[in-house]
Design a protein around this ligand. Structure first.
Ligand SMILES: C[S@@+](CC[C@H](N)C(=O)[O-])C[C@H]1O[C@@H](n2cnc3c(N)ncnc32)[C@H](O)[C@@H]1O
Length: 277
C-alpha cells in the first residue's frame, strides 16, 4: 500500500489542530511520524489525501468523533505498575501524614493521565499496603483523553510488560491469572473511578477539586511550554492549599509558574501548592 504524501502546509495545519485540541505537540522533525500515524485514519474516513483530511477535521459534522479517534491513535500510552516508585512511597507516607495533620476526612487523589490504568491501581495498592487509610477513606479518580486506553482500564487485564517493576508477592496478592496475563482483583478495581478528561479543559480540571494530590506523570513532555503552563496553573485550582503535585522525572514546572514549592528528596522531586497552613 502506497503512503499518502503530506505537504508541509498540511502537516502544519494538522499539528496545529492537534495542539489546540489535546496539547500534544509535533515539532517539525515529527512530520513523517505524524504522516505514518494518520495513514489508517485517511482510509477509515475514505478521504483521498491530506488536504481533504484537513478539511474534514475543520468542518465535517463528524469531526468530534474523529478527534476522539485521534486521541487514541496519537497518544503514547507507555506505562507500568509501580513506575517511579519513590513518588509512590511519598504518597503512602508524607501525603497520608499531611492529610491527617489537616484533619483527615476523605483523602482525594487524581491520576490525571492514567493511560491503561497501571498508575491509579498502583496508587490504590500503595494505600492498601500502607494500611493507614481505610479504603472507605480514600478516593482515586483516574482520567485520560484516550478512549481506547480507558477501555483497557475497564477490562483491568494486564500482560507481563506491565509488571516489570512489580514484586511477585504483590502480583500474587492483588491479581488473579487469566489467559496469558492477569486481572486485577475486585478489591483494588473498585477503589478507582475512571472517566474521560482532556487536561486542556480548565473547567473540568477545576471540577476535580479540592484534591490532596495529583499524579500527572509523563504527559507534560508531549506538550509545548504554553500548554504545560496552562495545565499546571489549572491544577492549582483543583488542589487544596499545600496539596501535592507529582510529575514524571523528566518533567519540571520551574519557570512555568511560581504557584508551587518544589520539594527535593534524595530519590524524588515533587511540588506543593503554596499557602500551606
Ligand atoms: C505515557 S502515558 C503516562 C501514563 C502514566 N501517567 C505514567 O506515568 O505511567 C501519557 C498519557 O497521557 C494521555 N494524554 C495525552 N494528552 C492528554 C490530554 N490532553 N488530556 C488527558 N490525557 C492526555 C495519553 O492518552 C496517555 O495515556
Amino acid at each position: 500500500m502506497a503512503t499518502t504524501p503530506i505537504s508541509e502546509d498540511e502537516f502544519r495545519a494538522i499539528r496545529d489542530l492537534i495542539r489546540e485540541k489535546f496539547g500534544i505537540y509535533y515539532d517539525d522533525s515529527k512530520q513523517f511520524l505524524l504522516q505514518s500515524r494518520l495513514q489508517t485514519r485517511l482510509i477509515k474516513r475514505s478521504v483521498p489525501d491530506f488536504a481533504s483530511y484537513v478539511r474534514f477535521l475543520q468542518t465535517d459534522s463528524e469531526r468530534e468523533a474523529e478527534y476522539s479517534e485521534l486521541a487514541s491513535v496519537l497518544s503514547n500510552n507507555e506505562t507500568y505498575f509501580f513506575r517511579e516508585r519513590a513518588q509512590l512511597d511519598i504518597l503512602a507516607k508524607d501525603v497520608v501524614e499531611d492529610h491527617y495533620r489537616h484533619g483527615g476526612g476523605v483523602l482525594k487523589i487524581w491520576s490525571a493521565a492514567c493511560s491503561t490504568g497501571e498508575e491509579p491501581f498502583s496508587l490504590a495498592m500503595m494505600l492498601l499496603e500502607g494500611r493507614r487509610v481505610p479504603p472507605s477513606a480514600f478516593s482515586i479518580a483516574a482520567t485520560d483523553i484516550s478512549p481506547r486506553a480507558l477501555e483497557r482500564c475497564a477490562t483491568a487485564f494486564y500482560r507481563e510488560l506491565s509488571f516489570r517493576a512489580t514484586e511477585p508477592e504483590v502480583v500474587q496478592k492483588y491479581f488473579k491469572p487469566f489467559q496469558e496475563g492477569f486481572l486485577i482483583s475486585d478489591d483494588v478495581k473498585r477503589l478507582v473511578t475512571f472517566s474521560r478528561l482532556n487536561l486542556l479543559d480548565e473547567k473540568a480540571v477545576a471540577g476535580m477539586g479540592k484534591l490532596d494530590a495529583i499524579f500527572c506523570r509523563n504527559v507534560l513532555i508531549y506538550f509545548d511550554k504554553p500548554t504545560q503552563k496552562k495545565v499546571v496553573q489549572a491544577f492549582a485550582t483543583a488542589l487544596r492549599p499545600g496539596g501535592f503535585l507529582f510529575l514524571g522525572h523528566a518533567e519540571s514546572i520551574i519557570r512555568l509558574t511560581d504557584a508551587y514549592e518544589p520539594v527535593v528528596t534524595p530519590k524524588a522531586i515533587y511540588y506543593r501548592l503554596k499557602n500551606a497552613n
